[in-house]
Design a protein around this ligand. Structure first.
Ligand code: FES
Length: 162
């Protein structure tokens, strides 16, 4: 089945194209817009973006596989990235990650069986002075402790039940 944007997102796509000198340059923001709607970048989304940006599907595939923020398979409604790079690792990121795995009942790279949360590790979230750091959806959480992680996960899971 082919992919199509909702009318509202189609208007956003037109606004995106208007910001760039050519269609190729809009490839990344258009991919983000499609992923926001679809949850991940399926082959249908790749076809759609390639067609709109007038590039090959191989070009779009190359972009999607280069940037880790593009989901190449279905993910949970919420995504958590725990930074595991040096500054955060020295600050206890390993313990933070193990705690998230225990609380969610999954390993890094997996999604909870109810489809609510995907847990991942990240390579440097560019907040090295504030580690350990994790990103929950679009929000950064810094100077993490186990107690803070519990509060964050409690809030995330409670909010998702509404
Ligand atoms: S090392 Fe974790 S944000 Fe850079």
């Amino acid at each position: 089945m082919s992919f199509a944007l909702t009318p509202e997102r189609q208007r956003e796509a037109e606004e995106i194209f208007s910001r760039y000198p050519n269609k190729l340059a809009a490839c990344i923001p258009l991919l983000h817009l499609c992923q926001e709607q679809h949850g991940w970048v399926s082959s249908e989304v790749i076809d759609f973006v390639a067609d709109r940006c007038e590039v090959t599907t191989a070009h779009v595939q190359g972009v999607v596989t280069f940037y880790s923020l593009f989901n190449q398979q279905p993910v949970g409604r919420h995504q958590i990235w725990v930074c595991r790079t040096l500054s955060c690792a020295l600050g206890g990121a390993g313990e933070i990650l193990r705690h998230c795995e225990k609380r969610l009942g999954i390993r890094a790279g997996e999604t909870t069986p109810d489809g609510r949360v995907t847990l991942r590790t990240a390579e440097c979230l560019a907040a090295c002075g504030q580690g350990p750091v994790m990103q929950v959806d679009k929000t950064y959480h810094e100077h993490l402790t186990i107690e803070q992680v519990d509060r964050i996960l409690d809030g995330l899971l409670a909010g998702d039940e509404k």
